[in-house]
Design a protein around this ligand. Structure first.
Ligand code: CP
Ligand code: NVA
Length: 309
């Protein structure tokens, strides 16, 4: 049966754990799985800029024996010229999976409805679920397990990253705090979905405006840019509104002594995080960036396996 990965909860908590176990195996033995041998091609489409996602999918697909086909929207017929569903029906005759970084979540849903090959969200305005697989893998590596940990996200709580932390964090049994000003708090329907998942996993979601209280006792401190791709016109307003939500060494000192700091990158140093924190001893951002490779390879292996079942 074709399974897609459009948002964090497109998979169950048990499936998330299964994919992360596989990611750890692939990290130990990088060429152990070759489901794309042939080579089969995977289309990786970008409507927005990327370094990590582009490289990790391209390298990962090659590691799995396949061939990555990187498409930028500006040089294709997508992006208003052809519908996602029509594009998918052309691609599915030639590729084994479609990975897409785009704006509206709806486009991904239309793409998935239109095709029998797996569609993967490589970042939309609403979610960045591939990043979260890497982040949860990183937290597992540094903390041993995720169950019962407290993770605090600072900044734009209505962003793709915040929404994915809320969903994936709760799926992994974590207590997720989001510290954001009024007007930047996570979408209520996503918080509700996460709370429903938390009834099964023991995880929870707390929305706060108090920056310092949000850090107290945290195991994982996390932030992201205040100006996501597509929001550039709001930059001045966002810097004013979110200015108090910076992760500083003082804030890190309120978290647990062994707390780690993560950031999906790219970072606007001096804005959402001070260089002393991102370059400091508690930061695990380079492991996190590397783990994009291992996590996404595991995701692709798992999605391709579902195709045969
Ligand atoms: N974290 C992340 O997705 O980075 P890129 O925008 O460079 O792909
Ligand atoms: N929230 C950021 C994440 C970049 C990986 C953005 O959407 O630009």
């Amino acid at each position: 049966m074709t399974r897609h990965f459009l948002r964090d909860d497109s998979i169950t908590p048990a499936e998330q754990a299964e994919i992360l176990d596989l990611a750890a195996e692939l990290k130990r033995d990088r060429w152990a799985q070759q489901p794309l041998a042939g080579p089969q091609t995977v289309a990786v489409i970008f409507d927005k800029s990327s370094t990590r996602t582009r490289v990790s999918f391209a390298v990962g697909i090659a590691d799995l024996g396949g061939s990555p086909l990187i498409i930028t929207t500006a040089s294709s017929q997508l992006g208003g010229k052809e519908t996602p569903a029509d594009t998918a029906r052309v691609l599915e005759r030639q590729v084994s999976a479609i990975v897409w970084r785009t704006y509206a979540q709806k486009g991904l849903e239309e793409m998935a409805e239109g095709t029998r090959v797996p569609v993967v969200n490589a970042l939309s305005d609403d979610f960045h679920p591939c990043q979260l697989l890497a982040d949860i893998l990183t937290i597992r590596e540094h903390k041993g397990a995720t169950q019962g940990l407290t993770m605090t996200f600072y900044g734009d709580g209505r962003s793709n990253m915040a929404h994915s932390y809320v969903l994936s964090g709760v799926m992994a049994g974590m207590h997720v705090r989001v510290a954001s000003p009024e007007g930047y708090q996570p979408r209520a329907d996503i918080v509700e979905d996460a709370r429903r998942i938390g009834e099964e996993t023991g995880g929870s979601v707390t929305i706060l405006t108090d920056v310092e209280a949000a850090a107290d006792g945290s195991d994982v401190m996390v932030t992201d840019t205040w100006v996501s791709m597509g929001k550039e016109e709001e930059k001045a307003q966002r810097l004013r509104d979110l200015g108090g939500y910076k992760v500083t060494t003082e804030l890190m000192a309120r978290a647990k002594d062994d707390a780690i700091f993560i950031h999906c990158l790219p970072a606007d140093r001096g804005y959402e995080v001070d260089s002393e924190v991102i370059d400091g001893p508690q930061s695990v951002i380079w492991d996190e960036a590397e783990n994009r490779l291992h996590a996404q390879k595991a995701l692709l292996v798992w999605l391709l396996r579902q195709q045969g079942e």
